[in-house]
Design a binder for this molecule. Sequence first.
Ligand SMILES: Cc1cc2nc3c(=O)[nH]c(=O)nc-3n(C[C@H](O)[C@H](O)[C@H](O)COP(=O)(O)OP(=O)(O)OC[C@H]3O[C@@H](n4cnc5c(N)ncnc54)[C@H](O)[C@@H]3O)c2cc1C
Length: 531
Amino acid sequence: MSFIQTGPEIDYQEFDQDKLITHTLKWLVDGKDTRQDIKNDLLRFYTEVLPKAAKWSQQAESHPPRHIPYSPWGEKVDDIQTDEGWKKLDALSATEGLIHLGHHNSSDHGRIHQFLKLFLFHPDSAFYTCPLAMTDGAANLIKQLKKMGHLDAKKIAILDKAYKHITSNDPEQFWTSGQWMTEKSGGSDVSSTETIAVADGENYKLYGTKWFTSATTSQMTFTLARIQDSEGNTQSGNKGLSLFFVKLRDKEGKLQGIRVRRLKDKLGTKALPTAELDFEGAQATLVGQVGCGIKNISNLFNVTRIYNACTTVGSFKRLLDLSRNYSQKRVAFGKRLIDHPLHKRTLNDIEVDFEKCFKLTFYTVALLQQHENNERAGEDIAEDDHDIQVMLRLLTPIVKLYTAKKNMMATSELVESFGGAGYIEDTGIPRFLRDSQVFCIWEGTTNILSLDCIRAIEKENAFEVFYKKANDKLEELEEEKASELRERLNHLTQQLKSWSKDKDLIQYHARDLAFSIAELTIDIFCIELDY
Ligand SMILES: Cc1cc2nc3c(=O)[nH]c(=O)nc-3n(C[C@H](O)[C@H](O)[C@H](O)COP(=O)(O)OP(=O)(O)OC[C@H]3O[C@@H](n4cnc5c(N)ncnc54)[C@H](O)[C@@H]3O)c2cc1C
């Protein structure tokens, strides 16, 4: 019989991530019992739930969503039909508390637990993690809106009800949320948004086109529009944009005041419905402050960007595991691939990049956790929280852009590590390459996020806080290690000083700056995670 190659496999009964998870918990979670509880849940999730999720995910990938504009009898239905596998992933997300854990957890480690679970889930989720990201972002947005103090009781009740649904762990009650900003005129620059909001009693009706709307099957969304005055005028630019809440469906589940133009024909993320749609008088509630739409909605994507990083490292790890597994099975020139020094080195170099991405991601998750714990603890902690908030503000765009870019490069290399098989659809490997590209684009491209990092430095003195905290941390390290890092930190400080003299020059170097801060953060602040 002729030769047959054995393909790469994930053995769900072998918890390969054990070491990584154990060390991460040791790094970020206080209390042996709490660590053990989290680990037990992750082990159960990995060995018992993920094998089922993997099947549903494959099913959903093989049966992408379909848009049914009309019924056979000509009635406008605008139905988006998704596969049963996709629906099961929705129910799993609720029962496993993938949002709930981050919002209704009595321990101070709910976010760490939640994000480790998302990290494991993502490769078997068919990108259900995309609606989850926007849903968790929406939950954060609701919390922040309520703190601003501008909402009346009726609006608070609407938002409270939504919050209850989107953070529920009951599949019957669980809702997901969209985040619809991008229009034809721009996603990076939403200042030309054309959607208008026309007063309708206490509420508004929306008219306009949203050009990219993922999670089109959700029950609610947050979106931006320009309020039209009684003479039909609107204010242009960012200052004319306000934030609206839209409940998308009526009691029968039909979209209200919304027409789906079509589903996007995408490079990857095939199971995820992403549509172009028109608001045709959709009922909307103004929930932000008038003219502060962009500032308000940033509370949403501050969370979605951390999700992006976490799911990126989840995908990165899975492909690396598959490649390592294959390297033990495939023989060339009389030896297994892994026994060839150059192949081994290639994989080891990629592993180093994975570790950097993982560390930066979970350091940022830990900052989110600390900030939320401080918020819960109340006012007197506010001063201590300042530095944590600023670090979080600085690192959120950086962790997203850094992990997405590193993963994209690693994914290309890892696809190559399977040779020709990596290019063949039904090995399941090419999907990683198609899917990885999106991590660099949505939630802000690499350039846009690098510029956002500069904004954090200019508006919130973020580099000063970073510099101070980095120096404090260096005090704790052995001098030999510390002096090399101090040199790098001081060099970057000098560079930033000279770049900052000219507006174009600092923009020109924005990526250099973001990547340098990422690498310094990993080397200085993540030193305890050694596994
Ligand atoms: C699968 C998918 C799903 C999506 N889902 C959603 C969704 O649910 N909701 C939503 O609102 N959006 C969604 N988007 C849209 C996405 O967020 C935008 O495509 C993205 O933000 C980029 O905007 P754009 O397409 O207008 O690109 P552009 O803004 O036209 O950017 C083009 C290029 O120019 C660069 N660029 C732009 N401005 C600058 C500058 N000042 N300096 C340097 N470089 C610059 C960018 O980095 C980019 O490389 C989705 C996109 C995809 C692919």
